[in-house]
Design a protein around this ligand. Structure first.
Ligand SMILES: Nc1nc2c(ncn2[C@@H]2O[C@H](COP(=O)(O)OP(=O)(O)O)[C@@H](O)[C@H]2O)c(=O)[nH]1
Ligand SMILES: [Mg+2]
Length: 395
Protein backbone atom coordinates (compact mmCIF):
# COMPACT_ATOMS: atom_id res chain seq x y z
CA UNK A 1 0.00 0.00 0.00
CA UNK A 2 1.16 3.48 -0.82
CA UNK A 3 1.68 6.11 1.84
CA UNK A 4 -0.40 9.28 1.70
CA UNK A 5 0.82 12.85 1.69
CA UNK A 6 -1.92 15.46 2.02
CA UNK A 7 -1.18 18.89 0.56
CA UNK A 8 -3.22 21.87 1.75
CA UNK A 9 -3.64 24.66 -0.78
CA UNK A 10 -5.17 27.73 0.87
CA UNK A 11 -7.03 29.93 -1.60
CA UNK A 12 -8.45 33.40 -1.51
CA UNK A 13 -9.50 34.61 -4.97
CA UNK A 14 -7.23 32.26 -6.92
CA UNK A 15 -9.55 31.37 -9.80
CA UNK A 16 -6.82 32.07 -12.34
CA UNK A 17 -4.20 29.91 -10.62
CA UNK A 18 -5.88 27.00 -8.93
CA UNK A 19 -6.25 24.66 -11.90
CA UNK A 20 -2.61 24.90 -12.93
CA UNK A 21 -1.33 24.60 -9.35
CA UNK A 22 -3.42 21.48 -8.68
CA UNK A 23 -2.12 19.84 -11.86
CA UNK A 24 1.50 20.72 -11.05
CA UNK A 25 1.25 19.42 -7.50
CA UNK A 26 -0.18 16.09 -8.68
CA UNK A 27 2.67 15.87 -11.21
CA UNK A 28 5.13 15.62 -8.31
CA UNK A 29 3.87 12.11 -7.63
CA UNK A 30 6.20 10.88 -10.38
CA UNK A 31 9.15 11.79 -8.15
CA UNK A 32 7.52 10.67 -4.91
CA UNK A 33 7.95 6.91 -5.04
CA UNK A 34 5.67 4.99 -2.72
CA UNK A 35 3.46 8.03 -2.14
CA UNK A 36 -0.02 9.02 -3.18
CA UNK A 37 -0.86 12.74 -3.16
CA UNK A 38 -4.16 14.08 -1.87
CA UNK A 39 -4.91 17.78 -2.16
CA UNK A 40 -7.23 19.79 0.07
CA UNK A 41 -8.22 23.22 -1.23
CA UNK A 42 -9.14 25.42 1.74
CA UNK A 43 -11.02 28.30 0.19
CA UNK A 44 -11.68 31.50 2.12
CA UNK A 45 -15.37 32.40 2.51
CA UNK A 46 -14.48 35.84 1.14
CA UNK A 47 -13.39 34.44 -2.27
CA UNK A 48 -15.78 36.07 -4.71
CA UNK A 49 -14.02 35.44 -8.01
CA UNK A 50 -15.37 31.96 -8.68
CA UNK A 51 -12.45 29.96 -7.19
CA UNK A 52 -15.07 27.67 -5.70
CA UNK A 53 -16.72 26.97 -9.07
CA UNK A 54 -13.41 26.09 -10.71
CA UNK A 55 -12.43 23.92 -7.73
CA UNK A 56 -15.75 22.03 -7.78
CA UNK A 57 -15.40 21.19 -11.45
CA UNK A 58 -11.90 19.80 -10.71
CA UNK A 59 -13.05 17.85 -7.64
CA UNK A 60 -15.69 16.08 -9.75
CA UNK A 61 -12.98 14.67 -11.99
CA UNK A 62 -10.54 13.58 -9.30
CA UNK A 63 -11.34 11.75 -6.09
CA UNK A 64 -7.98 12.67 -4.59
CA UNK A 65 -8.85 16.36 -4.71
CA UNK A 66 -10.92 17.74 -1.82
CA UNK A 67 -12.50 21.09 -1.15
CA UNK A 68 -13.51 22.89 2.04
CA UNK A 69 -14.78 26.38 2.71
CA UNK A 70 -13.06 28.14 5.62
CA UNK A 71 -13.41 31.29 7.72
CA UNK A 72 -11.22 34.28 6.79
CA UNK A 73 -7.45 34.16 7.27
CA UNK A 74 -4.47 32.20 6.01
CA UNK A 75 -3.95 30.54 9.41
CA UNK A 76 -7.55 29.32 9.45
CA UNK A 77 -7.18 27.89 5.93
CA UNK A 78 -4.02 25.98 6.86
CA UNK A 79 -5.05 24.68 10.27
CA UNK A 80 -8.59 23.74 9.22
CA UNK A 81 -7.14 22.10 6.11
CA UNK A 82 -4.79 19.90 8.14
CA UNK A 83 -7.55 19.01 10.60
CA UNK A 84 -9.77 17.98 7.70
CA UNK A 85 -6.97 15.91 6.17
CA UNK A 86 -6.21 14.14 9.45
CA UNK A 87 -9.83 13.26 10.00
CA UNK A 88 -10.77 12.19 6.47
CA UNK A 89 -7.58 11.11 4.70
CA UNK A 90 -5.36 9.68 7.47
CA UNK A 91 -2.15 10.94 5.84
CA UNK A 92 1.35 9.79 6.75
CA UNK A 93 2.73 13.26 6.01
CA UNK A 94 1.01 16.66 6.13
CA UNK A 95 2.17 19.32 3.67
CA UNK A 96 1.13 22.81 2.63
CA UNK A 97 1.93 25.01 -0.37
CA UNK A 98 0.68 28.31 -1.82
CA UNK A 99 -2.02 27.92 -4.46
CA UNK A 100 -1.00 30.87 -6.60
CA UNK A 101 1.84 29.32 -8.59
CA UNK A 102 4.60 31.34 -6.88
CA UNK A 103 6.09 28.33 -5.16
CA UNK A 104 7.83 26.01 -7.61
CA UNK A 105 6.07 22.76 -6.62
CA UNK A 106 9.08 20.43 -6.84
CA UNK A 107 9.83 21.64 -3.32
CA UNK A 108 7.19 19.12 -2.25
CA UNK A 109 9.52 16.28 -3.19
CA UNK A 110 12.33 17.68 -1.02
CA UNK A 111 9.93 18.41 1.86
CA UNK A 112 8.53 14.87 1.86
CA UNK A 113 12.01 13.37 1.53
CA UNK A 114 13.20 15.27 4.62
CA UNK A 115 10.29 13.94 6.68
CA UNK A 116 10.99 10.45 5.34
CA UNK A 117 14.59 10.92 6.50
CA UNK A 118 13.34 11.31 10.06
CA UNK A 119 12.75 15.03 10.48
CA UNK A 120 9.48 16.07 12.15
CA UNK A 121 9.32 19.30 10.17
CA UNK A 122 10.69 20.27 6.76
CA UNK A 123 10.82 23.98 5.96
CA UNK A 124 10.92 25.36 2.42
CA UNK A 125 13.59 28.05 2.41
CA UNK A 126 14.67 30.70 -0.08
CA UNK A 127 17.83 31.35 1.90
CA UNK A 128 19.59 28.00 1.83
CA UNK A 129 21.79 26.84 -1.03
CA UNK A 130 19.68 26.18 -4.11
CA UNK A 131 16.84 28.38 -2.85
CA UNK A 132 15.80 31.51 -4.75
CA UNK A 133 13.66 34.55 -4.05
CA UNK A 134 12.48 36.09 -7.33
CA UNK A 135 10.08 38.68 -5.90
CA UNK A 136 10.25 42.45 -6.39
CA UNK A 137 13.05 44.24 -4.52
CA UNK A 138 10.64 45.65 -1.92
CA UNK A 139 9.24 42.23 -1.09
CA UNK A 140 12.70 40.68 -1.05
CA UNK A 141 13.83 43.23 1.51
CA UNK A 142 10.74 42.48 3.58
CA UNK A 143 11.27 38.70 3.47
CA UNK A 144 14.91 38.97 4.36
CA UNK A 145 14.30 41.56 7.10
CA UNK A 146 11.43 39.62 8.67
CA UNK A 147 13.38 36.39 8.79
CA UNK A 148 16.48 38.13 10.13
CA UNK A 149 14.36 39.74 12.84
CA UNK A 150 12.87 36.34 13.77
CA UNK A 151 16.30 34.71 13.85
CA UNK A 152 17.82 37.38 16.09
CA UNK A 153 14.97 38.00 18.47
CA UNK A 154 13.06 34.73 18.66
CA UNK A 155 15.51 32.17 17.31
CA UNK A 156 16.74 29.69 16.53
CA UNK A 157 19.52 31.48 14.63
CA UNK A 158 20.07 28.32 12.58
CA UNK A 159 16.74 28.69 10.76
CA UNK A 160 17.09 30.96 7.74
CA UNK A 161 13.52 31.43 6.61
CA UNK A 162 10.43 31.97 8.74
CA UNK A 163 7.92 33.59 6.41
CA UNK A 164 6.47 31.29 3.82
CA UNK A 165 4.02 28.42 3.86
CA UNK A 166 5.86 25.64 1.98
CA UNK A 167 6.32 23.01 4.68
CA UNK A 168 5.76 19.35 5.51
CA UNK A 169 5.54 17.64 8.88
CA UNK A 170 4.39 14.56 10.71
CA UNK A 171 0.84 14.18 12.01
CA UNK A 172 2.41 13.51 15.40
CA UNK A 173 4.04 16.93 15.45
CA UNK A 174 0.80 18.62 14.41
CA UNK A 175 -1.06 16.94 17.26
CA UNK A 176 1.58 18.07 19.74
CA UNK A 177 1.25 21.77 18.83
CA UNK A 178 -0.35 24.12 21.30
CA UNK A 179 -3.15 25.44 19.08
CA UNK A 180 -4.60 27.54 21.90
CA UNK A 181 -1.42 29.55 21.99
CA UNK A 182 -0.71 29.61 18.25
CA UNK A 183 -2.38 32.75 16.81
CA UNK A 184 -3.82 30.94 13.80
CA UNK A 185 -7.04 32.97 13.73
CA UNK A 186 -5.25 36.28 13.20
CA UNK A 187 -5.94 37.95 9.85
CA UNK A 188 -2.25 38.48 9.03
CA UNK A 189 0.21 35.77 7.92
CA UNK A 190 1.69 35.56 11.45
CA UNK A 191 0.83 31.85 11.44
CA UNK A 192 3.94 31.28 9.28
CA UNK A 193 6.65 32.20 11.83
CA UNK A 194 4.40 31.34 14.79
CA UNK A 195 3.80 27.78 13.55
CA UNK A 196 7.53 27.25 13.22
CA UNK A 197 8.14 28.65 16.69
CA UNK A 198 5.46 26.43 18.25
CA UNK A 199 6.85 23.39 16.42
CA UNK A 200 10.29 24.07 17.88
CA UNK A 201 8.81 24.55 21.36
CA UNK A 202 7.13 21.15 20.87
CA UNK A 203 10.60 19.67 20.33
CA UNK A 204 10.49 19.22 16.55
CA UNK A 205 13.59 18.05 14.71
CA UNK A 206 13.64 20.27 11.63
CA UNK A 207 15.44 20.76 8.35
CA UNK A 208 15.37 23.48 5.71
CA UNK A 209 15.19 22.49 2.05
CA UNK A 210 15.69 24.79 -0.96
CA UNK A 211 12.62 26.61 -2.26
CA UNK A 212 12.25 28.70 -5.41
CA UNK A 213 9.70 31.46 -5.04
CA UNK A 214 8.59 33.27 -8.20
CA UNK A 215 6.77 36.51 -8.86
CA UNK A 216 3.00 36.35 -9.13
CA UNK A 217 1.67 35.96 -12.68
CA UNK A 218 -2.10 36.06 -12.02
CA UNK A 219 -4.26 37.50 -9.26
CA UNK A 220 -2.99 39.71 -6.44
CA UNK A 221 -1.17 39.30 -3.12
CA UNK A 222 -3.30 39.24 0.04
CA UNK A 223 -0.30 39.81 2.24
CA UNK A 224 -0.76 43.11 4.09
CA UNK A 225 2.91 43.72 4.63
CA UNK A 226 2.55 46.50 7.24
CA UNK A 227 0.15 44.52 9.41
CA UNK A 228 2.32 41.46 9.01
CA UNK A 229 5.37 43.47 10.13
CA UNK A 230 3.49 44.66 13.19
CA UNK A 231 2.55 41.10 14.11
CA UNK A 232 6.04 39.73 13.46
CA UNK A 233 7.63 42.38 15.70
CA UNK A 234 5.17 41.95 18.57
CA UNK A 235 5.16 38.14 18.28
CA UNK A 236 8.96 37.95 18.37
CA UNK A 237 9.19 40.30 21.37
CA UNK A 238 6.60 38.10 23.10
CA UNK A 239 8.61 34.96 22.27
CA UNK A 240 11.83 36.54 23.60
CA UNK A 241 10.20 37.64 26.86
CA UNK A 242 8.77 34.17 27.31
CA UNK A 243 12.11 32.54 26.59
CA UNK A 244 13.54 34.68 29.39
CA UNK A 245 10.83 33.43 31.72
CA UNK A 246 8.85 36.68 31.66
CA UNK A 247 5.34 35.49 31.07
CA UNK A 248 3.90 38.74 29.78
CA UNK A 249 1.23 38.23 27.10
CA UNK A 250 2.84 40.96 25.00
CA UNK A 251 1.39 39.81 21.67
CA UNK A 252 -2.18 39.88 23.01
CA UNK A 253 -1.71 43.13 24.91
CA UNK A 254 -0.31 44.91 21.88
CA UNK A 255 -3.27 43.80 19.82
CA UNK A 256 -5.55 45.68 22.20
CA UNK A 257 -3.36 48.77 22.20
CA UNK A 258 -2.61 48.48 18.51
CA UNK A 259 -2.93 52.17 17.69
CA UNK A 260 -0.54 53.21 20.47
CA UNK A 261 2.01 50.56 19.52
CA UNK A 262 1.85 51.46 15.83
CA UNK A 263 2.29 55.12 16.72
CA UNK A 264 5.30 54.17 18.84
CA UNK A 265 6.82 52.12 16.02
CA UNK A 266 6.32 54.99 13.59
CA UNK A 267 7.98 57.30 16.12
CA UNK A 268 10.90 54.90 16.38
CA UNK A 269 11.33 54.70 12.61
CA UNK A 270 10.97 58.51 12.46
CA UNK A 271 13.83 58.92 14.95
CA UNK A 272 16.04 56.75 12.75
CA UNK A 273 15.05 58.73 9.66
CA UNK A 274 15.73 62.00 11.49
CA UNK A 275 19.18 60.82 12.55
CA UNK A 276 20.03 59.40 9.12
CA UNK A 277 19.13 62.60 7.26
CA UNK A 278 20.82 64.72 9.95
CA UNK A 279 24.08 62.90 9.22
CA UNK A 280 23.55 62.92 5.44
CA UNK A 281 22.96 66.69 5.33
CA UNK A 282 26.03 67.33 7.46
CA UNK A 283 28.42 64.88 5.82
CA UNK A 284 27.29 64.92 2.20
CA UNK A 285 25.45 68.25 1.97
CA UNK A 286 27.98 70.26 3.95
CA UNK A 287 25.23 71.98 5.99
CA UNK A 288 25.85 73.18 9.53
CA UNK A 289 24.36 70.92 12.27
CA UNK A 290 21.48 73.22 13.23
CA UNK A 291 20.32 73.63 9.60
CA UNK A 292 20.66 69.88 9.07
CA UNK A 293 18.60 69.21 12.16
CA UNK A 294 15.88 71.55 10.90
CA UNK A 295 15.65 69.80 7.54
CA UNK A 296 15.99 66.27 8.90
CA UNK A 297 13.26 66.91 11.46
CA UNK A 298 10.91 68.04 8.71
CA UNK A 299 11.76 64.95 6.65
CA UNK A 300 11.00 62.80 9.71
CA UNK A 301 7.74 64.67 10.29
CA UNK A 302 6.60 64.00 6.73
CA UNK A 303 7.72 60.35 7.02
CA UNK A 304 5.77 59.94 10.26
CA UNK A 305 2.75 61.71 8.84
CA UNK A 306 2.56 59.40 5.85
CA UNK A 307 3.00 56.24 7.93
CA UNK A 308 0.45 57.40 10.49
CA UNK A 309 -2.04 58.46 7.85
CA UNK A 310 -1.85 55.24 5.85
CA UNK A 311 -1.19 52.82 8.68
CA UNK A 312 -1.67 53.86 12.34
CA UNK A 313 -4.89 55.85 11.85
CA UNK A 314 -5.92 54.36 8.55
CA UNK A 315 -9.28 53.20 9.86
CA UNK A 316 -10.26 56.66 11.19
CA UNK A 317 -12.98 58.47 9.31
CA UNK A 318 -12.06 62.15 9.14
CA UNK A 319 -13.54 65.10 7.29
CA UNK A 320 -10.30 67.05 6.87
CA UNK A 321 -8.23 66.48 3.73
CA UNK A 322 -4.65 65.24 3.43
CA UNK A 323 -3.03 68.69 3.36
CA UNK A 324 -5.00 70.04 6.31
CA UNK A 325 -4.03 66.97 8.30
CA UNK A 326 -0.38 67.42 7.30
CA UNK A 327 -0.59 71.04 8.49
CA UNK A 328 -2.11 70.08 11.83
CA UNK A 329 0.42 67.29 12.23
CA UNK A 330 3.24 69.81 11.73
CA UNK A 331 1.75 72.14 14.34
CA UNK A 332 1.37 69.28 16.80
CA UNK A 333 4.95 68.17 16.14
CA UNK A 334 6.07 71.76 16.73
CA UNK A 335 4.36 71.55 20.12
CA UNK A 336 6.33 68.36 20.76
CA UNK A 337 9.51 70.14 19.73
CA UNK A 338 8.87 72.95 22.25
CA UNK A 339 8.22 70.39 25.01
CA UNK A 340 11.44 68.57 24.09
CA UNK A 341 13.50 71.75 24.12
CA UNK A 342 12.05 72.82 27.48
CA UNK A 343 12.80 69.44 29.07
CA UNK A 344 16.40 69.50 27.80
CA UNK A 345 16.77 73.11 28.99
CA UNK A 346 15.46 72.37 32.51
CA UNK A 347 17.56 69.21 32.88
CA UNK A 348 20.63 71.06 31.62
CA UNK A 349 20.12 73.93 34.07
CA UNK A 350 19.71 71.46 36.91
CA UNK A 351 22.41 68.87 36.14
CA UNK A 352 24.83 70.74 33.86
CA UNK A 353 27.42 69.21 31.54
CA UNK A 354 28.65 66.08 33.32
CA UNK A 355 29.62 62.61 32.20
CA UNK A 356 28.76 59.14 33.38
CA UNK A 357 32.02 57.19 33.45
CA UNK A 358 31.52 53.55 32.53
CA UNK A 359 35.23 52.79 32.78
CA UNK A 360 35.59 51.92 29.09
CA UNK A 361 33.73 54.97 27.85
CA UNK A 362 32.17 58.20 29.00
CA UNK A 363 28.59 59.09 28.24
CA UNK A 364 27.65 62.77 28.29
CA UNK A 365 24.62 63.81 30.32
CA UNK A 366 23.14 65.43 27.21
CA UNK A 367 22.43 61.94 25.80
CA UNK A 368 20.19 61.23 28.77
CA UNK A 369 18.48 64.62 28.34
CA UNK A 370 17.64 63.64 24.76
CA UNK A 371 16.15 60.28 25.76
CA UNK A 372 14.24 61.79 28.68
CA UNK A 373 12.20 63.85 26.22
CA UNK A 374 10.95 60.83 24.24
CA UNK A 375 8.13 59.59 26.53
CA UNK A 376 6.79 63.12 27.07
CA UNK A 377 6.97 64.17 23.43
CA UNK A 378 5.44 60.87 22.30
CA UNK A 379 2.57 61.19 24.78
CA UNK A 380 1.88 64.75 23.65
CA UNK A 381 2.05 63.79 19.97
CA UNK A 382 -0.11 60.73 20.41
CA UNK A 383 -2.92 62.44 22.28
CA UNK A 384 -2.96 65.56 20.12
CA UNK A 385 -3.08 63.50 16.92
CA UNK A 386 -5.59 61.08 18.40
CA UNK A 387 -7.87 63.94 19.50
CA UNK A 388 -7.31 66.41 16.64
CA UNK A 389 -5.48 65.30 13.49
CA UNK A 390 -7.19 61.93 13.03
CA UNK A 391 -10.24 62.49 15.24
CA UNK A 392 -13.03 60.13 14.27
CA UNK A 393 -15.73 62.25 12.64
CA UNK A 394 -18.37 59.75 11.68
CA UNK A 395 -21.87 61.17 11.75
N1 LIG B 1 -8.00 30.56 2.79
C1 LIG B 1 -7.20 31.64 2.72
N2 LIG B 1 -6.13 31.65 1.89
C2 LIG B 1 -5.35 32.75 1.83
C3 LIG B 1 -5.61 33.91 2.61
N3 LIG B 1 -4.66 34.84 2.34
C4 LIG B 1 -3.85 34.29 1.42
N4 LIG B 1 -4.25 33.04 1.10
C5 LIG B 1 -3.63 32.10 0.15
O1 LIG B 1 -2.30 31.87 0.61
C6 LIG B 1 -1.38 31.85 -0.48
C7 LIG B 1 -0.34 32.95 -0.31
O2 LIG B 1 -0.98 34.21 -0.32
P1 LIG B 1 -0.50 35.44 -1.19
O3 LIG B 1 -1.59 36.45 -1.19
O4 LIG B 1 0.00 34.98 -2.51
O5 LIG B 1 0.70 36.00 -0.31
P2 LIG B 1 2.20 36.33 -0.81
O6 LIG B 1 2.66 35.16 -1.63
O7 LIG B 1 2.96 36.52 0.46
O8 LIG B 1 2.07 37.58 -1.62
C8 LIG B 1 -2.22 32.01 -1.75
O9 LIG B 1 -2.53 30.74 -2.23
C9 LIG B 1 -3.47 32.72 -1.24
O10 LIG B 1 -4.60 32.49 -2.04
C10 LIG B 1 -6.76 33.90 3.46
O11 LIG B 1 -7.06 34.86 4.16
N5 LIG B 1 -7.51 32.75 3.47
MG1 LIG C 1 1.69 34.42 -3.24
Amino acid sequence: MKKIVSVILPTYNEKLNIKKTVAKVFEQEESLHGFEIHIVIADDVRSTDGTERVAHSLVKKNNRLHFIKVDPGLGVGLIKGHQYALEKLHPDILAQLDADGQVVPDVLVRLVQAVEDGYDLAIGSRFVEGGKNQLSLGRRIFTYGASLFCRVLMGPWKVREFTNSARAFTPKLFQKLNLTRLPWREPSFIVQPAFLHEAILAGAKYKEVPLIFKNRLEGYSKNKVFNYTYDVITYCVDARLNAWGLNIPFFHLTRRAKTVVKFGLVGFVGTLVDFLFYKVFINLGGFPPATSKGISTEVAIINNFILNNYWTFRYRKTKTNFWTKLGIFNLVSLGGLVIGVLIVKVLHLYYGDGFVDLGWRKIAYNNFYFFATIPFVMTWNFFMNHLITWKNQED
